[in-house]
Write a protein that binds this ligand. Sequence first.
Ligand code: GLA
Length: 484
Amino acid sequence: MATESPATRRVQVAEHPRLLKLKEMFNSKFGSIPKFYVRAPGRVNIIGEHIDYCGYSVLPMAVEQDVLIAVEPVKTYALQLANTNPLYPDFSTSANNIQIDKTKPLWHNYFLCGLKGIQEHFGLSNLTGMNCLVDGNIPPSSGLSSSSALVCCAGLVTLTVLGRNLSKVELAEICAKSERYIGTEGGGMDQSISFLAEEGTAKLIEFSPLRATDVKLPSGAVFVIANSCVEMNKAATSHFNIRVMECRLAAKIPFLCGGLQTGCWNSGVCHLCILFGELLAKYKSLQWDKVLRLEEVQAKLGISLEEMLLVTEDALHPEPYNPEEICRCLGISLEELRTQILSPNTQDVLIFKLYQRAKHVYSEAARVLQFKKICEEAPENMVQLLGELMNQSHMSCRDMYECSCPELDQLVDICRKFGAQGSRLTGAGWGGCTVSIVPADKLPSFLANVHKAYYQRSDGSLAPEKQSLFATKPGGGALVFLEA
Ligand code: GLA
């Protein structure tokens, strides 16, 4: 798996209505026939929210909705991009002068991220040009990863145009890194599942090194996605990066400011002392200022996630930290905090909730492992147990991580009321979709009732094109199609 490349499939385009339509539109746009097509799927994260960038494993599956691109390499350096959706205007540039504007998350910038990632990986300054027509059916800004699917698709398009080879793992790592050109400090979940997904199975995605393991979902239940219709583009606000920075700071602070560095502040009865005993001296000498991720803290201390939760309670305080206190703990100036730790769009943040964010991360990481274990052991009441974990995840996202919104909270309540054993926000949050686990025999009544309760509002305030409620199954990963 680690060395496997994305598959290339020969298809009769005439037998695939979406490919055929794309081929015809490509012809009328560029006056020629595409040489190949690439698809990369979106995803739904079943559990493990906002922990990939802290180094912890997540449990997503690919959805059938994807980004599909028809491609024709050209002999010039011109890159011409068009989209079947008239909301996304044409774009052209020179493929040897890629500029990505971080201030505006325009659609074509995601394509450029994928292209630039591959270009840089091979150290190429010149790239052959291409004509591309993009067609996506993942609802945008809905937490189903439409932007990463575009980045991944563009990365695989570029690789194919260059006639080079990379494994799925390498592609996922390159695309995760290059999507950060857009300005968000995402983890690698979305790109990893887009390349590593396999039909019929969800995946546990682990990082450093990146790997994906099959997780067999219960056969008696269905996963249902429901769009809250609140749009959230994580690149357009600083919410997402603030959380990444809070986690970064939470990884550094307890050990610089708390018991380990200064001796016990709790008369020798705190969890740090109880857990570590004489190891304390050793840990004092570690370079905590180099630590960036909460998982590294756990690895260095060599203790369980449950113990990390206890340590967090002692080492961090629930009151928010302000930049001055953080600088005092880290022994750095405000200027150093801004230039060396914070991202450009989090420079002026005045409040950092380190305790709450760390508690979410460690508890969510533990829930992912429990979820996988239940899927493996398949106890009789597994749907109920998995549902409980999903409910706890939502609660933690809402209360500790503060990445929900009233509409998402209302939607998960409605889903639970009409038969879901568990329901939670999925993706970055602050809007977008929920995912619910529903016993298979309750699916028809669940869909009908949720539709009525959430989407058929008397005030007609939900745009019909965004209303979506559908059952989903684990889909396959990114592919190249050639016309047979
Ligand atoms: C976005 C990011 C992912 C992940 C999720 C939250 O989708 O791209 O890396 O952090 O949010 O779980």
